[in-house]
Design a protein around this ligand. Structure first.
Ligand SMILES: [Cu+2]
Length: 109
């Protein structure tokens, strides 16, 4: 039986409750039923976000069109796309093939 201090335990629970902090594992967004889930997230600067396609068959893309970038490759079921956010701001994105699929990443200080 491993004993843990209450402080350590609280810290671990906080991490579980708030998601992964900057510099840790990527924060994950699920793509399913033609939607980004959750569609809006707020992360601290320096966070990597990973979108994972959990559809059975449908491909999608994660396109930060407003940044003037070309659409990236489609991600097929069980594939993923990652992007790091180093500067604070609001970063809207959409799916290329499905313009009604939209999301927002808000990066805090
Ligand atoms: Cu799509």
């Amino acid at each position: 039986m491993i004993r843990m201090s209450p402080t350590l335990l609280c810290g671990m629970l906080l991490v579980l409750a708030t998601g992964v902090r900057a510099g840790g594992e990527p924060v994950e967004i699920t793509i399913r039923d033609y939607a980004f889930q959750p569609a809006a997230i707020t992360v601290p600067a320096g966070t990597t976000v990973r979108w994972v396609n959990r559809e059975k068959r449908q491909y999608h893309s994660v396109w930060f069109e407003a940044l003037g970038e070309p659409e990236p490759d489609y991600i097929f079921p069980e594939e993923s796309y990652e992007r790091s956010f180093d500067s604070p701001g609001e970063f809207p994105y959409r799916c290329g093939p499905h313009p009604e699929m939209r999301g927002m990443v808000t990066v805090s200080e």
